[in-house]
Design a protein around this ligand. Sequence first.
Ligand code: PMP
Length: 432
Amino acid sequence: MKQLDEPFLYGAPSPQALYDEAVANYRDFVNPPLARVMKLSGSAVEVRASGTTIYDQNGKAYLDFAGGYGVFTLGHSHPKVVAAVQRQLEHISLSGKVFFNPLLGRVARRLAELAPGDLRISFFANSGTEAVEGALKLAKAATHRHKIVSTTNAYHGKTLGALTATGRDYFRSEYQPLVPEFEHVAFGDAQALEGALRDAAAFIVEPVQGEGGVNVPPRGYLKRVRELCDQYGALMIVDEVQTGLGRCGFRFAVDEEGVVPDIMTLAKGLSGGIVPVGAYIARPDCWNAAYAKQPLMHTSTFGGGELACAAALAALEVMEEEHLVENARERGSQLIDGARAIAEEFPEVVREVRGKGLLVGVELTSEGYAGAIIPEMLHQGVTAAWTLNMQRVIRLEPPLVVTAAEVERALEALRRGVGQAREKLGVLPCPT
Ligand code: PMP
């Protein structure tokens, strides 16, 4: 890894001046309450990142176990992806859409080769929530039905359609009325789903609920979901925006049970953390039922540009060449076992550790502990993050290139964070 002698300061006269400027700009022009929370949490200014490490304005290195909420599967600034993007930048960056974009075709073809079953037709956008919007629209157009079933505590994004599918009222209540004819059923409960699927266009589900607090469903759940969707003529949309592309120790999390959805959404790791990209991939029967004669029903000006596609092609190659799926599985077991040992040591603070591959959640007995543990981990030089729907769960989601020694370092920081929180805050009341 590159050693940095001098921090990069974006032209600011000193590290402190850069920090003050960034905090003031967030406070005055970006998001005042977020500025406050980030400041209290001990967030510094990011100035460089490489591999599993982020460097702040003072040159301090942080082992990145927040991993951009799952984006940095290949680590930061992977040289192969950076080189592909730099090379592409000299030729053409963004598709004009009048001509064929050869890289778009290649990424779509490669995804079809990697994805399970007959998933084959891809649509490209720029984010996870747009991938979900595309999937929901496709399901409606393919079935001529209106109802969508989703799960409680799900997270599918914050644009209006995806937000309707998202299962947390805190994010939704201000925006009512949302898209009509959505129903939420308990995650992991196939019986609850059965009652809701009649006349539904689709059921959308995460293989592991990431933002919901890293919830792993019972074994066999997705298989049963597939059977029920077939029985009721509803499409199965699997949202692999966070779980896909190696994160859960499988190329796609659905591979564990050998399930083939009708539509699968991807984003986060798809372009190696360099250029934003989101996508859905659909079975041809499903796609043709909607759009066989309507090529322009769902489009995106920026989606699938050459830069994003060059990044995605390189990222998909790296995932295979560096055996990241296998590493996610092995390091994931190490991380889960180590975090469970910490839970045993501090049962008053940690209620449960769960996860799959390198998507790991540490559920605390009280939300109050997270506010002490995350800043202490940062102080120790390790990033970690909350989950968006469940503030009591700290997620550990490092790049899939993480080493055994780095996992041990993060576990040591977590242990110190938990120990300090216990010492400082005592035993906090647990919500039921
Ligand atoms: N779906 C899932 C499963 C996610 O985890 C997320 C983001 N955490 C999204 C959709 C939305 O992605 P984005 O923030 O890129 O819109």
